[in-house]
Design a protein around this ligand. Sequence first.
Ligand SMILES: [Ca+2]
Ligand SMILES: [Ca+2]
Length: 275
Amino acid sequence: MPSDVTVTSPGIVVDLSPDTGSPPATLGGFTMTAVPAPGAPGCTGITPPLPVDGGAIGISPWDGTSRCIGSGWASWSHGYSGDVYYTGGATSQVLTLPSGTKAVYFYVEPNPFSLQDFEAIAQPGGVSTGTFQVDGDGGARYVGFYATGSDTIQSITINGATDFAVGEFGWSGGGISPNSGYKLTLQSLKDDIAQWSWSHGCFDCSGCSCDINGDGEVTPMDALCAFQTYLGICPTECGPCEDICCDVTMDDDCTPQDALEIFKEYLGLPSVCSE
Ligand SMILES: [Ca+2]
Ligand SMILES: [Ca+2]
């Protein structure tokens, strides 16, 4: 077995010490935020890329199917019942991290109900966990990396002896508080909507604006507020739930799909927001 905490250079540190236990609130001194949303119920249906403050965590490959524990994936550990992302048969998966990533953790579990070997390698620098074993029978295991000094983590490659799933992410961008604002804006979108009229977050009430909080930019905050409205986390970061116009897909329901469409718009992907 490897030692629980391995200090490596340049400036990225491995921490496997929580093992199959619940994720600690901090990693390497960084306060971690659960992804996709703090305080979310077990199964959100949110799919990659997973929104974080200032960007998103990409997961590739995954099988494109929303899976949660007990619904598409049999077991995990320490009572977690949320979303997981299956490789779809592949034995390697790459996590792409947004710029400024200071710390990230996730859990991994093999598809077979047996002990399997894994290794996770962070870039830059090829910082490896070394080989560790994970039990597919309820033994999903914590894998954490954090950066020191001015270094950041760009990506993590997970190699398994078999196919596997990852899930239960936590992320930190360092000293940026979750609600301090976002660096990226969609200039083209702002131009597109510059001539539109406003009415309590709706554009002429023919569907809801993806700019949920009406600050003129579509950011992960807007997606979060749509998601919080769906979850009944009231008031949302953007105000009282009853004031949130959330149904951007215009299907008369506020669901994770609405939050996802907003997030896709933020990422510059095709979405109902830009139709
Ligand atoms: Ca906004
Ligand atoms: Ca909807």
